[in-house]
Design a protein around this ligand. Structure first.
Ligand SMILES: Nc1ccn([C@@H]2O[C@H](COP(=O)(O)OP(=O)(O)OP(=O)(O)O)[C@@H](O)[C@H]2O)c(=O)n1
Ligand SMILES: C[C@](O)(CO)[C@H](O)COP(=O)(O)O
Length: 236
């Protein structure tokens, strides 16, 4: 199957509290956005990429893409008010049968994880990268009291990339819009239609840059990888 990726970067990064969109912050010498795009550029399963950016940020993103020399980025388009709107805009701009959805805010994704999501979606119809939950999770009553403790062995913390048939995901987005459903990820839009989404076990390191304390952790992990790659080159 031919795979295209929608990389969504049109958020504001309000929880980061930085002066600019968090995806333009630097991590290990590159922007968060470039770290994420690098993985898609280096993944043999991916043919093309649509980058979805904020309305004021098209020029800046185009500059970054040009300077980095990415060959797979076909379009840079403007996103919407919610992540769901940005993904939908990206899906409409993509032309491949398979659609990978990825948050630009996850700079630690690897080409291997992307390829694993494509393979699982080819086998099962749809897939999402996820890691088993480490903490005990509580459900609250919304007023500060615990009401329930779900069985932890069944809980997964879902990440991106998530992989789908492009037309099936577009249809799920259309249904969600029509029915006023709001989802924080794309797997949820298929779940609500009773479709199966396979879990691909990922890595705790594929964190989402959300709040300021995520930055030093991601920097350390990325520098560690660069160190390993540097050593591999020396050993060759
Ligand atoms: N309208 C939006 C909202 C989010 N995103 C993207 O979706 C990803 C995950 O969203 P999140 O981490 O919530 O990013 P922000 O919305 O930027 O953060 P915040 O909620 O703190 O403002 C990010 O890559 C973000 O750029 C997007 O493309 N369009
Ligand atoms: C899709 C996602 O990365 C899964 O963990 C996440 O839900 C997106 O971030 P948001 O903070 O919920 O917008």
């Amino acid at each position: 199957m031919e795979w295209g990726a929608v990389v969504v970067a049109a958020g504001r990064g309000a929880r980061m509290g930085a002066a600019e969109n968090k995806i333009y912050l630097k991590l290990a010498g590159k922007t968060v956005l470039e770290q994420a795009l690098d993985a898609f550029e280096h993944c043999a399963s991916v043919d093309s990429v649509v980058l979805v950016v904020g309305s004021e940020e098209q020029e800046r993103a185009a500059g970054i893409v040009k300077a980095a020399g990415y060959r797979k980025i076909r379009k840079i388009i403007v996103g919407g008010a919610e992540r769901q709107d940005s993904v939908c805009a990206g899906l409409n701009a993509l032309s491949t049968d398979g659609a990978l959805i990825h948050d630009a805010a996850r700079p630690l994704v690897t080409p291997e994880q992307i390829a694993a999501c494509c393979a699982a979606a080819e086998e099962h119809g749809a897939s999402a990268l996820a890691v088993p939950v480490k903490d005990t999770i509580k459900v609250s009553d919304g007023q500060g009291f615990i009401v329930e403790t779900p069985e932890r062995s069944l809980l997964w913390s879902v990440q991106t990339p998530q992989a789908f048939s492009r037309l099936e995901l577009l249809e799920a987005h259309r249904r969600a819009r029509e029915e006023g459903a709001f989802a924080t990820d794309d797997a949820m839009l298929l779940e609500r239609l009773g479709r199966k989404v396979a879990i691909v076990q990922g890595d705790y390191a594929n964190l989402k840059i959300t709040t300021p304390e995520d930055l030093p952790v991601a920097e350390l992990l990325l520098r560690g990888r660069q160190g390993v790659r540097g050593k591999e080159v020396q050993d060759d």
